[in-house]
Design a protein around this ligand. Structure first.
Ligand code: SAM
Length: 225
């Protein structure tokens, strides 16, 4: 049974889109999307041998070899222009890694219409990248599963101008202000306050001072939201 996290990622996939799931591991997401009739064909990309083999095994055991092509390669390298991929999903990695995969594969994004991204941490790295590269957030959501909080960011081509606060906490999420959003940021806030407290006990150095200022800035931004 698919996790709530991946089901929520799936809920943003448009019907009949050509999809590539990068870092697919067991290929659970593309398999689910084909079984539920949302897509008819897709690519599952993996750069690590173990997960690549798990993906192949899963696709075979579900009898989906004709629909889902499991490919071995780094990031968007597995996508070819002839695939005509319209949607890319990248889930279950840190925001900076997702952003670096998109940055490295920029050429492959020219014909892509939707990016559905689920960073485990540091979603800000994705919002920073998107703003710089002319992708616009068209939807965001936040959910909790097994005591972990996940954000999902949906991007389409276009421009946006986010404030520093929106880049950190998300423009849609900050408007919606759900209970999970409050929980996430109050958790982060207590963690940052704890670090501030630790830093105040260490000797003053330019590095410590800089770290403190960064934290103070983030604390102020989160308190505003
Ligand atoms: N997407 C699945 C999910 O959300 O449940 C799997 C998440 S798993 C924690 C992350 C996967 O991304 C790993 O299987 C890893 O091998 C793969 N991965 C990491 N960097 C990658 C890259 N540059 N290209 C392709 N796959 C990558």
């Amino acid at each position: 049974n698919l996790s709530e996290r991946l089901k929520t990622v799936a809920s943003f996939v448009e019907k009949n889109t050509i999809l590539a799931d990068i870092g697919s591991d067991h290929a659970y997401l593309p398999c689910y999307l084909v079984h539920t009739g949302i897509i008819t064909q897709g690519i599952a990309g993996e750069v690590v041998k173990g997960p690549f083999e798990s993906a192949q095994k899963q696709v075979r055991s579900e009898g989906l070899e004709k629909q889902i092509d499991v490919r071995f390669g780094n990031g968007l390298e597995v996508i070819q222009p002839t695939d005509k991929v319209q949607t890319i999903t990248i889930a279950g990695m840190g925001g900076p890694l997702i952003a670096s995969i998109l940055e490295a594969g920029k050429e492959k994004l020219k014909t892509v219409e939707n990016l559905i991204l689920q960073p485990n941490v540091h979603a800000k790295a994705i919002r920073d990248w998107a703003q710089k590269e002319n992708w616009k957030i068209v939807n965001e959501t936040i959910l909790e599963e097994h005591d972990k909080i996940y954000e999902i960011i949906v991007l389409q081509k276009g421009q946006m101008q986010l404030t520093e606060q929106e880049l950190l906490v998300g423009p849609f999420l900050t408007k919606e202000k759900s209970a999970i959003f409050h929980k996430k940021w109050s958790n982060e806030l207590s963690e940052w306050l704890r670090i501030m407290d630790q830093l105040s006990k260490t000797s003053e150095s330019p590095e410590v001072q800089q770290k403190k200022e960064e934290l103070e800035r983030k604390i102020a931004l989160v308190k505003e939201s």
